[in-house]
Design a binder for this molecule. Structure first.
Ligand code: PHE
Ligand code: ZN
Length: 880
């Protein structure tokens, strides 16, 4: 909690650590309310440090000190200073290595912040990234201090039969009073944020992986007994990830054991602790009847992500937390590549871009905008953002585009080889890519320091006489906090040209002829000319979404329909459909605001008809082509967001398409409504996606036939994808069996926490009337729990971040509700509390009445006493 005004930490103030800790020996005597920690630190001065003071400052929070000794000599109180954040020893040996032994006590049961050592259900586990290790014992808690850890865990044999930590098991034994101990040793030096321990009654699902060099690795997934039947997919995903990283990056696993533990209480998705990943159960557990196809994909993606961190994050780690995107942006890029290869690259790319544009673009355009390498923070936990992760991944993707796959790989090889065992910076990464390829990326580096989403404004001019096309591209970037003026970026823009019959027109540019090229946009304004074009081609720009920018280009509806039909680039084909829908919806929004009658443009009906009747093979892709742009994406396009008009216009399009293409939707639904539960190949997943997309349209018709179909599917479904899709159609319509279906679903799944999360979310995101009253009632439901982050996200998070219509109710009830919950969470779990503030951060984007109401709640939050740093930073910056 905050007493004085919180301190800001700056990148520019970085200095190397004064001391290093080569080796650590940790002993834990585990008890729920009183765990004793004995820590032996082997320290020495860092020759790289310029500082010349004799004192040593170790960081620690919420710890109770029992004793401290240097080289066997207990310290008197006058020899050190203790405050809430640090332990300062006034004098330590300067000319030789020395040893400090600290004994302290912690209370895991009281730890609801889920940082440090805490209790989740009946197991003990740790979370140390970013700065949680200091809640376990005093330490040099910073990533550029890397140590070899030996850990001994002692605990009750019945309560904690399984005792885990990083590395290899090196010893175990029995003790009196039904206690036992296990020792672990991690041969790789690591920063303390990668430390982990787990103790509990856990079942182990075991398998094996043989690496490319023939080493046998034991794979172990630990879960509570009732979850043993939901680990098979996670295990297969792990093996897939290990193989993929060998094949794609030439990277092999290094320890003999890889462990994953699934816990119910977790602030984030998962954590890459060396050899001992700790996962939110959400990203491990899956059975066909409990998890949707998307859940299956997310599990594989997150398992991959944490596994890939073993190289991009652990073997080569970050010098300081400002470099977070060095490991996160790179690892997200790697997991995106992996998921694309495992499923469909086209579909994966669209999903990623969709998430980026709806969520990260909003962050980049709001009061919390920051570069992927931030320059200052109050609370680092607030910087695990969409910008650092998702935009960070886009920046790595652009490097991949600029260097080509082979050049990128060469650069990565050099990076891992040059920096193995080191804590480095984003600059080191770019430098390795440059050196390996003999190129210069000076201007490109601005992506690391400049915040905001660049806008590309494109004009085209065709000259029939010279048979030339001239493309003029202007780039600009709106101001962001502390960055009023922006410099031009190096932006790779992929381009294709289409002839009138839809075929590719050859691009003659700078003496070469190709079907597709990448333009290097580097200046504020640049013109590119293409020759030998007897007819005016249709331009397909920013293919594959080759840069995280907003593209502004005049397009007619017919031109977009043409691209939707013919573009060979799967991303741009989808994008043409999206932009077609965006234009149509915005005309309707104008009509709504002027109280004019609504009419649907026939061109969109024709476009959808051709999508419905031409599968092209990839049914998941076809389902995406049918999805209208989300309300949150549409909001991003409006100067002043009109939540009601957006909702009404989009619903009108959806309903009218359902009416006019009723037969086509119904036919596709029937054709693909098969029972393929338990089958997860691309074909079965695609059929489910397409069928359920059709159901979602048909449910807008609100007739007996559709009610019947939905209810039928709900009760007969043997997989969660179909059951959820049917329940969603029921909940988001006036279906007469709504209450009964929700009750039945709850009774069916009340033992499965992750499924009950879905039940909460579905109700919280409903656009039907009375949703707010439902949300309030659900807050009092016996299954709701403020101490379980997944549950908080499934209700409060879902309502405030994924239900714009009701959250932004003009009477302000949604805003008041959210602020109440933020304040309640502030004392329990600051990280989760601060994430919930996001719903209010975009207040400047709304009309004056809503602005006032949102601002009032932010001010109320900031004025509250004992606010955590986490909430204070987000709320105060949102108001600034
Ligand atoms: N490093 C984790 C990941 O992205 C995320 C995380 C951060 C988890 C902080 C817990 C705490 O893989
Ligand atoms: Zn990560």
């Amino acid at each position: 909690m905050r007493d004085a005004s919180p301190q800001t930490v700056f990148l520019k103030d970085y200095t190397p650590p004064e001391y290093l800790i080569d080796q650590v020996e940790l002993n834990f005597d585990l008890h729920e309310q009183r765990t004793q920690v004995r820590s032996i630190l082997n320290l020495r001065r860092n020759p790289q440090s310029q500082e010349r003071s004799a004192a040593l400052t170790l960081l620690g929070e919420e710890l109770q000190l029992v004793s401290i000794a240097i080289d066997g000599q207990p310290l008197e109180q006058s020899q050190y200073l203790l405050d809430g954040e640090a332990l300062i020893v006034h004098e330590v040996p300067q000319d030789r290595p020395f040893q400090i032994v600290i004994e302290n006590i912690i209370n895991p049961q009281a730890n609801t912040a889920l940082e440090g050592l805490y209790l989740s259900s009946s197991m003990l586990c740790t979370q140390c990234e970013a700065q949680g290790f200091r809640k376990i014992t005093w330490f040099l808690d910073r990533p550029d201090v890397m140590s070899r850890f030996k850990t001994t865990l002692t605990g009750d044999k019945s309560k904690y039969p399984v005792l885990l930590s990083n590395g290899n098991k090196v010893g175990q034994g029995e003790l009196e009073n039904n206690r036992h101990w296990v020792s672990w040793e991690d041969p790789f030096a690591k920063p303390c944020y990668l430390f982990a321990l787990v103790a509990g009654q856990l079942e182990c699902v075991a398998d094996e992986f043989v690496t490319m060099s023939g080493r046998r690795i034991a794979l172990e997934i630990f879960v509570e007994k009732h979850n043993v039947d939901k680990c098979a997919h996670a295990m297969q995903s792990l093996k897939n990830a290990m193989r993929w990283d060998e094949e794609t990056y030439g990277l092999e696993y290094d320890l003999d054991l890889y462990m994953i533990v699934a816990v119910d209480h977790f602030n984030m998705g998962a954590m890459e602790n060396k050899g001992l990943n700790v996962f939110n159960t959400k990203f491990v557990l899956a059975r066909p009847d409990t998890a949707t196809d998307s859940d299956y994909e997310h599990i594989e993606g997150v398992i991959g992500h944490e596994y890939f961190h073993n190289w991009s994050g652990n073997r080569v780690t970050c010098r300081d937390w400002f470099q977070l995107s060095l490991k996160e942006g790179f690892t997200v890029f790697r997991d995106q590549q992996f998921s694309g290869d495992r499923t469909s690259p086209a579909v994966k790319r669209i999903e990623d871009v969709n998430a980026l544009r709806t969520r990260q673009f909003a962050e980049d355009a709001g009061p919390l905008a920051h570069p992927i390498r931030p320059e200052a923070y109050i609370e680092i936990n607030n910087f695990y953002t969409l910008t650092v992760y998702e935009k960070g991944a886009e920046v790595v993707r652009m490097l991949h585009t600029l260097l080509g796959a082979a050049g990128f790989r060469k650069g990565c090889d050099l990076y891992f080889q040059r920096h193995d065992g080191q804590a480095v910076t984003c600059e080191d990464f770019v430098k390795a890519l440059e050196d390996a390829n003999g190129v210069e990326l000076e201007q490109f580096r601005r992506w690391y320091s400049q915040a905001g989403t660049p806008v590309l404004t494109v004009g085209q001019q065709y000259d029939a006489e010279s048979q030339q096309l001239h493309l003029t591209i202007q780039q600009s970037c709106p101001p962001t906090p502390n960055q009023p003026v922006k410099a031009p970026l190096h932006i790779p823009v992929k381009l294709g040209l289409l002839a009138a019959d839809g075929s590719a027109a050859t691009i003659h540019y700078n003496g070469s002829s190709q079907a597709e090229i990448t333009l290097n946009v580097t200046e504020a304004e640049q013109t590119f000319s293409f020759a030998k074009l007897p007819q005016q081609p249709v331009v397909s720009l920013l293919r594959g979404f080759s840069a995280p920018v907003t593209l502004k280009m005049e397009r007619s509806l017919d031109e977009l329909a043409f691209l939707l039909r013919h573009d060979s680039d799967t991303f741009n084909r989808w994008e043409a459909g999206q932009q077609l829908a965006v234009q149509v919806i915005f005309k309707l929004i104008d009509a709504i605001e002027l109280s004019r009658p609504l009419q649907l443009e026939p061109v969109i009906v024709d476009a959808y008809r051709s999508v419905l009747t031409d599968s092209g093979g990839d049914l998941s892709y076809q389902a995406l082509l049918l999805a209208l742009p989300e309300e949150s994406y549409l909001s991003g396009q409006m100067a002043i967001i009109d939540v009601e008009a957006i909702h009404q216009a989009r619903e009108f399009v959806k309903k009218t398409l359902a009416e006019q293409l009723h037969a086509e939707f119904k036919q596709l639904y029937v054709q693909h409504h098969l029972d393929e539960s338990g089958i997860f190949d691309a074909g079965a997943v695609g059929r489910r996606r397409l069928k359920n997309a059709c159901l979602s349209y048909l449910s807008k018709l609100e007739n007996e036939d559709v009610y019947h179909i939905a209810e039928q599917q709900f009760y007969s479904a043997r997989n969660m994808t179909d059951q959820m899709a049917a329940l969603s159609a029921i909940v988001n319509s006036n279906h007469p069996a709504k209450a009964r279906s929700l009750d039945s679903f709850y009774m069916q799944w009340r033992q499965e926490a992750l499924v009950i999360d879905k039940w909460f979310t579905l109700q919280a995101t409903s656009s039907m009337p009375n949703t707010f009253a439902t949300v309030q009632a659900l807050m009092k439901h016996p299954a709701f729990d403020m101490k379980t982050p997944n549950r908080v996200r499934s209700l409060i998070g879902a309502f405030s971040q994924a239900n714009p219509l009701h959250f932004h109710a003009i009477n302000g009830e949604g805003y008041r509700f959210l602020a109440d919950q933020v304040l309640a969470l502030n004392t329990l779990n600051p990280q989760i509390a601060s994430r919930m503030v996001t719903g209010l951060a975009q207040w400047r984007r709304y009309d004056a009445a809503r602005q006032g109401l949102m601002k009032q709640q932010l001010q109320r939050i900031v004025a509250t006493e004992h606010l955590s740093k986490d909430v204070y930073e987000i709320a105060s910056k949102s108001l600034a």
